[in-house]
Design a protein around this ligand. Structure first.
Ligand SMILES: Cc1cc2nc3c(=O)[nH]c(=O)nc-3n(C[C@H](O)[C@H](O)[C@H](O)COP(=O)(O)OP(=O)(O)OC[C@H]3O[C@@H](n4cnc5c(N)ncnc54)[C@H](O)[C@@H]3O)c2cc1C
Length: 388
């Protein structure tokens, strides 16, 4: 059993940290202010081949695992880029996993290289306003008309839909009343976001202004049949396949954000003098920071455990969910404590920690809430009755 990163993984972490160092605090403060998409970071990562980190080599990817992708996403977030940086590339890293696993050779050759090269960006459209976490109830319809599907419906919270050229879309192809299991009859598409048939309306939100989230209205979008991934009606299973890697990556991002918050708080605690001594000499300041370090390290190990299990083809649902829960909660506590350690200055944007606190709410809420993770562990690991 090995708990250290390999030399190659350590080199990867250092390369990402070096690349991200070009995007300092002033860059992220400006993006938080003007809301412009961090295209420079996206392009820099594409230029150096990082967007294809876990894509197959035959399509231009690096063919590495979710473990390496998690190390990379933690390093991006930990650089101070936080979720503004991580979310700018998150979907491009893991999102096309269903295409890699269930797409045809023709689809992989057509869909993966432009994403890896950074020529196209993808958004991920699952959540709906009246469905919530109960995905099987989603209402967006894709109706087959010869060689196309016509898509009508509404999605919500769809990140990067303002800038994306492509959308990975889950829609119902067989009405709920006509299927035997609720998970059947949903289909997955990877297609062009044709803005003449799709309206994208930005949602003003608490943090991560630079990476947009949107209401998306589909008004008869025509999707060619060749853009359907896998079999009709099996989309829910395909999405499930990508859920564990997504939870692992977002957990890694939360760990990174927690660690940079802790670093800022610790540095401030050493230099800020009140009552004639550094505030960090007080145990009331030290202990919560020490606690955060332990919680973040524990969460990080769970992230690596889940990632390693995924890469070895072992079941990892419990570990991936646990990683996402532990990392998001530990990240939140660290970011909150970073603000409190800075006192009044913690509330000022120039100290950055208030941005971290706003951004760390995202891995707490999405892609699955802490309550639903607890429900999952209770049912699947402890064998308690399903509660939802
Ligand atoms: C910044 C941001 C970006 C996002 N980006 C995307 C994206 O790109 N693509 C996309 O598809 N989605 C995206 N989402 C959506 C996100 O995945 C959902 O918000 C999340 O899954 C929660 O769904 P909901 O908001 O509908 O909550 P709801 O399902 O309405 O739940 C509300 C609350 O009730 C609780 N709850 C519900 N049922 C139960 C139960 N049975 N037991 C206990 N508690 C329960 C939940 O835990 C939660 O706390 C994003 C969200 C945010 C905030």
């Amino acid at each position: 059993m090995e708990f250290e990163l390999s030399p190659a993984q350590e080199a990867l972490r250092e390369a990402i940290a070096r690349l991200c160092a070009a995007f300092g605090d002033d860059y992220w403060l400006a993006r938080d202010h003007d809301g412009a998409f961090p295209a420079e970071l996206h392009q820099a990562l594409a230029r150096d081949g990082w967007l294809g980190i876990c894509m197959p080599e035959e399509y231009g990817g690096a063919g590495l695992g979710i473990t390496e992708a998690a190390i990379m996403m933690q390093a991006i977030s930990q650089s101070g880029a936080g979720m503004s940086g991580a979310s700018a590339v998150h979907m491009n890293i893991f999102g096309l996993n269903p295409v890699v696993v269930f797409g045809s050779a023709e689809q992989k050759a057509r869909m993966l290289p432009p994403l890896i090269a950074g020529r196209e960006r993808a958004c991920f459209a699952v959540t709906e306003p009246n469905t919530g976490l109960d995905t099987t109830q989603l209402k967006t319809r894709a109706v087959r008309e010869g060689e196309i599907y016509r898509v009508t419906g509404q999605k919500v919270w769809i990140s990067t839909a303002q800038v994306a050229e492509k959308v990975l879309l889950l829609a119902r192809t067989t009405p709920l009343e006509e299927v035997t299991r609720r998970t059947e009859g949903l289909s997955l598409f990877y297609t062009t976001l044709d803005r003449s048939r799709v309206r994208v309306s930005v949602i003003e939100k608490m943090g991560r202004k630079a990476v947009d989230s949107n209401e998306v209205f589909f008004d008869g979008l025509e999707v060619p049949v060749e853009d359907r991934i896998g079999e009709e009606g099996k989309g829910f299973d395909y999405i499930l396949h990508g859920m564990n890697p997504e939870r692992i990556l977002i957990a890694a991002e939360a760990v990174g954000l927690g660690l940079v918050a802790l670093e800022r708080a610790t540095a401030y605690a050493k230099e800020r003098r009140v009552f004639g001594r550094p505030i960090g000499q007080n145990q009331a300041i030290q202990h919560p920071l020490a606690e955060s370090w332990m919680e973040l390290q524990a969460a990080r190990l769970m992230v690596l455990n889940a990632a390693s299990r995924y890469d070895r083809g072992l079941s990892c649902g419990a570990e991936a969910n646990a990683a996402k829960y532990l990392a998001a909660e530990a990240g939140f506590k660290a970011c909150q404590q970073a603000v409190m350690t800075h006192g009044g200055f913690g509330y000022a944007k120039e100290y950055h920690v208030e941005r971290y606190l706003r951004e760390v709410m995202i891995p707490r809420i999405a892609p699955v809430s802490p309550q639903l993770v607890l429900c999952f562990i209770a049912e699947k690991v402890l064998g308690l009755p399903r509660s939802y």
